[in-house]
Design a binder for this molecule. Structure first.
Ligand SMILES: Cc1cc2nc3c(=O)[nH]c(=O)nc-3n(C[C@H](O)[C@H](O)[C@H](O)COP(=O)(O)OP(=O)(O)OC[C@H]3O[C@@H](n4cnc5c(N)ncnc54)[C@H](O)[C@@H]3O)c2cc1C
Ligand code: FES
Ligand code: FES
Length: 509
């Protein structure tokens, strides 16, 4: 072992020298640290019972605090971090008082997770709207209390902690620690020595440079590259799999950079989903609503954009948008004397179900998303059974240049085939056409020529085809008739009722 895993737990410095690489933080907290306030519900990032707050240094040295699902977070990945559990909150945090006063707890099993998620959310700023409160709690489930008292408690605590009520965006990562114990603000810098150890025949490496990642991968091409671990964590907790070697990307500062260039956004392989979405917001605010439907704040804080693309799920939510925007990935492989690097259009990365056009040893260094050009129209929508924290049945993204005729039309769909891919016939049906309802209906019908979707428990083949066509047509109604579209249906309806355009039952006046 190079050195022990070092972190600060509820203000106490901790060194762990004997944990196997696949030990999850939750198991260690409950069985070794005997901090049993943090609960296990699902062990797959879905219920929030295991929520802790993680404090870590950004590349610029600032400390950020984020909610995290301890059940799928390998213990070794908190090396250099601060871990705040419900015990560490100490019983006097305003969210705890508000939960009591609002009767936000019945059996209490979910309560520690809610309390920590709320404290982490309010550390960065107030919650100023119902939608923002719902997003802050999207990763936490309660089976008995009901959510209204919990949301009320969050808003009360927000008023207590942020009396001025300045507005923040729920997609923005938290970079202050209002209401949290003082030790978080004084988090020691990470050890200068990279963490590397073997236990029970399994190796863990957290290199600090891209070249070190190359070298480790060249030795063991089948090592698991760990980005945020929000997919991999489940392979361990649910499928009981274990690799011979883990290589964690999160300590490589060069991969943690998300930058806005003049022609493209450059997003490194260790940039979290939350940071990537915040950067994309600069040019593409239309996608904000879609991104808030991506998992929960805790998953968006740990999971990475590149991890989502590398996992290559046919129902991954980032790929349709990034393909519609014409993004490319930078693939990289160790080679002498120079590493081999190549740029590949994202849509060309996916060959078939779980088959990618990556050579052995090639990994993804980053993704490049073109900046917006004037006149470009974009839209994305996702269909799933729940609004938040749910897997897509079908997702659609569209981009085009708008004029009297539509040009450079790009449509990408998820949930319709073994990979996310473009809908060539639907694109052709719109290319060069005026933006009429008939043109969008024809494009919707053409989707049936592009895809032969599967039936599965999420949706039937017919449903997927009809839904995808409906998403295009609904987008037309939203853009050209200002009528309800997709994910914003309810809020648009209520806005139209409030403005007097519709009566209280939703009928046009
Ligand atoms: C509760 C929950 C909700 C979720 N909700 C959604 C959702 O709404 N939409 C959605 O699309 N996904 C969702 N996911 C899936 C997951 O969060 C995303 O796919 C996430 O972006 C994965 O990123 P990661 O950094 O955690 O990847 P990891 O788990 O670290 O890695 C995923 C895969 O990519 C590989 N990999 C990672 N980085 C690289 C790289 N640079 N080069 C090559 N290979 C690499 C890994 O080896 C692994 O095979 C959800 C997951 C959970 C647990
Ligand atoms: S135990 Fe359910 S999210 Fe971790
Ligand atoms: S209070 Fe019982 S699960 Fe939430």
């Amino acid at each position: 072992m190079s050195r022990p895993i070092c972190f600060v737990l509820d203000g106490r410095p901790i060194e762990v020298g004997d944990a196997p690489a696949s030990t999850m933080l939750l198991d260690w907290l409950r069985t070794e640290a005997r901090l049993t306030g943090t609960k296990e519900g699902c062990a797959e990032g879905d219920c929030g019972a295991c929520t802790v707050a993680i404090a870590r240094h950004d590349v610029d040295g600032a400390v950020r605090v984020e909610p995290c699902n301890a059940c799928i977070l390998p213990l070794a990945s908190v090396d250099g971090c601060g871990v705040l559990t419900v015990e560490g909150l100490g019983g006097t945090h305003p969210v705890q008082r508000a939960m009591v006063e609002r009767h936000g707890s019945q059996c209490g099993f979910c309560t520690p997770g809610f309390v920590v998620a709320m404290a982490a959310s309010l550390a960065g700023g107030p919650v100023t709207s119902h939608a923002q409160a719902c997003d802050a709690l999207a990763g936490n489930l309660c089976r008995c209390t009901g959510y209204r008292p919990i949301i009320d408690a969050l808003r009360d605590a927000s008023d207590t902690l942020h009396p001025a009520g300045a507005t923040t965006d729920c997609l923005e990562p938290t970079r202050s620690a209002v209401g949290l114990p003082a030790w978080i603000g004084a988090l020691p810098a990470r050890s200068p020595e990279p963490l590397s150890f073997a236990a029970g025949g399994v190796q863990w490496h957290a290199p600090r440079t891209i070249e070190a990642v190359d070298a480790l991968l060249a030795e063991t091409p089948d090592a698991w590259l760990l980005a945020g671990g929000t997919d991999i964590g489940l392979w361990v907790t649910k499928q009981l799999r274990e690799p011979r070697r883990w290589i964690r990307l999160g300590e490589v500062d060069a991969l943690r950079i998300a930058a806005a260039g003049t022609t493209a956004f450059e997003i490194g392989a260790a940039v979290s989903l939350a940071d990537a979405f915040a950067l994309l917001h600069t040019d593409w605010p239309e996608f904000d609503r879609y991104w808030t439907r991506f998992a929960s704040p805790a998953i968006r804080a740990s999971g990475t954009l590149v991890g989502n693309l590398a996992n290559g799920s046919p129902i991954g939510d980032a790929a349709p948008v990034l393909i519609a925007l014409g993004s490319t990935v930078t693939l990289r492989r160790a080679a002498q004397p120079q590493p081999h690097r190549r740029e590949l259009a994202l849509e060309d990365l996916y060959a078939d179900y779980r088959v990618q056009r990556r050579d052995p040893g090639e990994w993804i260094e980053g993704v490049r998303v073109p900046r917006r050009r004037p006149g470009r129209v974009v839209h994305a929508s996702k269909l799933s059974k729940r609004f938040e924290q749910d897997i897509s049945a079908v997702s659609l993204a569209i981009a085009f240049d708008e004029g009297e005729q539509l040009t450079d039309v790009r449509i990408a769909l998820g949930g319709m085939a073994g990979t996310v891919r473009r809908a060539g016939s639907a694109e052709a049906a719109l290319e060069g056409m005026a933006p009429t309802l008939e043109a969008f209906e024809r494009a919707g019908a053409a989707i049936a020529a592009d895809f032969a979707p599967l039936d599965d428990l999420r949706a039937s083949r017919e449903y997927r085809l009809a839904a995808a066509a409906g998403m295009l047509v609904r987008f037309w109604h939203a853009r050209y008739r200002n009528e309800p579209a997709g994910v914003d249906e309810l809020s648009l309806l209520s806005r139209q009722i409030a403005s007097g355009r519709l009566d209280a039952t939703g009928v046009a006046r």
